[in-house]
Design a protein around this ligand. Structure first.
Ligand code: MN
Length: 439
């Protein structure tokens, strides 16, 4: 285990009572970053604590933070976190440490904060969340090997896993402008639909095969200059935090458009992320070794290998997807969990993705977003898109209330969740990425 400090101490409790509830995603050991606003007020930096949001910008302004943490809070007061991310992990770590101390129930600050400065703590349910960063660039990888196999078996059965898969962290440049924050909705895209028979013309209309992809996203902190690759040993230090990411996908549009240059309109109508950025620091206790390669798999090329990354570069995050249709809502039927997976099933680590992305000289900028790719597991109920889960739509999922789902219908609501658990530590979570499909 690497470099833990008092912020990871499982004995630490907060004077914010809801933060000590065993079920909360946001105990004092988490303190994820987000941009929030209340009513018409200016968006600002907050940290989630239990059912509340702690106003970090306000705490900085009122002198509760010092040194690097004050500098970080000031950088985070600009309605997006780019300037804060640009400071890198050091100041961010100091900020999290000082806020943790302020919210610790043993601290004297409690009395003053609780009474004189009540305005710094807000009911989370009353806060509007905004995109955490101005995302200049968004790249989506394909690092879930079970997804690559399952999707490949449907799309190219003769060669399910591309020959390059175990050598190259495959990815494509996505669209940053349509990254949306949860909770929100996406409009069913219209597009070219594949011809029904060879020689026929394609159609144009609403996608009939609308899908989600369960992924994690991560944000770039300090960037690199063009022409100056980030070595694998340093790659992890360029990642400031993680979120949940839903790469909404229109499978029919995708199938027709994607050869030879990859997905385009089938993906660019919307990508949804959870609003809270769980810091790399908070995730330290939940790091695991990189996915073990099968005997016979090639070892990665040298520029992708670092000892520490192999030992601690993976993440143990339990992931799940819930679905609730319009009919279920009307009938008062609760959301149903349709699959579970885990970020352990990534063939490449986030650091390998950063090292590869920059290896040719591409520069990363603070606030850039990278997606891992769909994170399926080896079991049939761990297939993390409907395409895979329903075997290309041929085996629909049964919903309580009698409906079936091969692909998403209008009015469906899809909810991603993520949780880290480890013996001897307090569990932390990611909140939700919640999206509704509109016609
Ligand atoms: Mn994807």
């Amino acid at each position: 285990m690497i470099d833990l400090d008092e912020t990871h101490d499982p004995e630490r409790r907060s004077w914010v009572k809801s933060a000590n509830d065993a079920a909360t995603d946001f105990p004092i050991q988490n303190l994820p970053l987000g941009i929030f606003s209340i009513q018409a007020q200016q968006p600002r930096l907050g940290m989630a604590i239990g059912d509340a949001v702690f106003d970090v910008t306000g705490a900085g302004t009122r002198g509760w933070l010092t040194g690097d943490a004050a500098r970080a809070a000031q950088a985070g007061g600009a309605a997006h976190l780019n300037a804060l991310f640009a400071l890198g992990n050091g100041p961010l770590r100091e900020l999290r440490r000082q806020v943790s101390a302020l919210l610790d129930r043993k601290q004297a600050a409690r009395e003053v904060l609780d009474q004189a400065d009540k305005g710094l703590l807000h009911d989370r349910a009353r806060c509007s969340m905004h995109l955490p960063a101005r995302i200049g660039n968004y790249t989506d990888f394909y690092a879930g090997i079970y997804h690559a196999r399952a999707a490949g078996a449907l799309l190219t059965p003769e060669n399910p896993l591309p020959e390059n898969y175990k050598w190259v962290p495959i990815g494509y440049h996505g669209r940053a402008s349509s990254v949306l924050v949860s909770p929100g909705s996406v409009r069913r895209p219209h597009g070219q639909l594949p011809p029904t028979a060879s020689g026929q013309s394609p159609g144009f209309g609403p996608s009939q095969r609308l899908d989600f992809e369960l992924e994690m996203g991560f944000f770039v902190g300090a960037g690199n200059l063009v022409g100056q690759p980030v070595p694998i040993e340093q790659a992890r230090e360029h990642i400031v935090g993680y979120c949940l990411l839903n790469d909404w996908s229109a499978r029919d549009i995708q199938r027709w458009e994607m050869f030879p240059l990859g997905p385009f309109l089938s993906k660019n109508f919307g990508t949804m992320i959870s609003p809270w950025v769980v810091t790399a620091d908070a995730l330290r206790p939940f790091r695991v070794q990189a996915m073990r390669r099968d005997t016979g798999d090639p070892q990665p090329l040298g520029y992708l290998v670092d000892d520490a990354d192999q030992r601690h570069g993976g993440l143990d995050v339990e992931l799940s997807v819930g679905l609730r249709s319009q009919q279920m809502r009307q009938q008062g039927i609760a959301e149903v969990e349709i699959l579970q997976s885990n970020a352990r099933h990534l063939y490449w680590t986030p650091a390998q993705m950063v090292a590869h992305h920059t290896s040719g000289g591409c520069n990363m900028e603070s606030g850039d977003l990278l997606g891992t790719g769909t994170i399926s597991g080896p079991q049939p109920d761990q297939l993390s898109s409907l395409l895979e889960l329903t075997f290309g739509g041929t085996r629909p999922v049964l919903l309580p209330g009698g409906e079936q789902r091969a692909f998403l219908e209008d009015g469906d609501e899809v909810v991603f969740r993520g949780k880290c658990r480890r013996e001897g530590f307090v569990s932390i979570g990611f909140g939700e990425a919640r999206g509704l499909i509109n016609a």
